[in-house]
Design a protein around this ligand. Structure first.
Ligand SMILES: [Zn+2]
Length: 82
């Protein structure tokens, strides 16, 4: 995995992914059920939605996840200290 390779939108990789599927790894854990993923081949980013499907990680979705993550962390903290 190349971490410093931000522009990974290579046509061959995209073609490869469309044949065998994306190779996602978790990049950000939002809640127990929602994660953000990135494909190690083409760099496509997706996340779990509330129904358990994968959807494209848009800027708006990223903001939603950030809010969710903060809320989730606050809540788990409260559960621990309660
Ligand atoms: Zn891919």
């Amino acid at each position: 995995m190349l971490k410093n390779n931000k522009k990974t939108n290579r046509p061959i990789a995209t073609l490869f992914c469309s044949f065998i599927g994306h190779s996602y790894t978790v990049t950000n854990k939002i809640t127990n059920h929602i994660n953000e993923y990135k494909c190690g081949n083409c760099g496509k980013e997706v996340c779990d939605d509330t129904r358990g499907y994968l959807e494209e990680l848009t800027l708006k979705q990223r903001e939603v996840n950030e809010t969710l993550s903060l809320f989730f962390k606050k809540r788990s903290k409260r559960q621990i200290t309660a």
